[in-house]
Ligand binder design. Structure first.
Ligand SMILES: Cc1cc2nc3c(=O)[nH]c(=O)nc-3n(C[C@H](O)[C@H](O)[C@H](O)COP(=O)(O)O)c2cc1C
Length: 173
């Protein structure tokens, strides 16, 4: 099996996870914008990592555009966000709203905890977050949107790395 890792993130959390997974699996990793598209058709396995902004996976548009190529591959989705695993219904909604159901069936999805450093956000993202925290009624979620979060830890990739290793994937050179 041949494969590689692609990722799309903004402030480094997704990149960090993708790079850790690359080291542990010996697979090549590329940011979506640097990725050599000609390699896509020869890949059997793809690890697709993306963060979530206002309910949207940054990589969702690319996934939909390449649906016909991706549907024949083994896919591992790594979704990096602030929605915790205790909020299964919300995680399922993120998945449902972003990834065609046919690409989820028979494939793997892992949600990993993200990182939010408020003073590093662009002014636009800072405003979006602040406005979101005004609208949200749940006091706990409201509070979490006004403070830094850092759930990015190497140990979080253990499960996904084991699943990838079960497939004996080799990198595409
Ligand atoms: C403006 C903004 C909107 C966000 N929207 C969501 C969201 O809808 N759902 C969620 O779970 N996390 C949301 N997050 C949290 C990010 O997904 C999280 O910070 C993630 O780690 C970012 O990863 P990155 O640095 O790789 O882009 C949002 C963060 C920001 C700054």
């Amino acid at each position: 099996m041949n494969g590689f890792i692609i990722y799309k993130g903004k402030y480094g959390a997704t990149k960090q996870y993708a790079e850790w997974i690359a080291v542990e699996t010996n697979l090549k990793v590329s940011a979506l914008e640097d990725f050599d598209y000609s390699k896509l058709k020869n890949a059997d396995v793809l690890i697709i990592c993306s963060s979530v902004y206002v309910g949207k996976l940054l990589i969702a548009k690319w996934v939909k555009k390449n649906y016909h190529v991706l549907v024949n591959k083994k896919l591992f989705f790594v979704i990096v966000c602030a929605t915790p695993s205790s909020e299964k219904k919300k995680q399922e909604k993120i998945l449902r709203d972003n990834i065609p159901v046919e690409l989820v069936k028979g494939n793997e999805v892992n949600f990993l905890p993200g990182r939010l450093t408020i003073n590093k956000l662009s002014w636009k993202d800072a405003i979006i977050l602040r406005m979101g925290s005004w609208i949200i009624k749940d006091p706990q979620i409201k509070k979490s949107m006004r403070h830094d979060i850092d759930g990015v830890k190497k140990e979080n990739i253990a499960d996904i790395v084991n699943k990838i290793k079960d497939y004996n994937v080799l990198t595409i050179s």
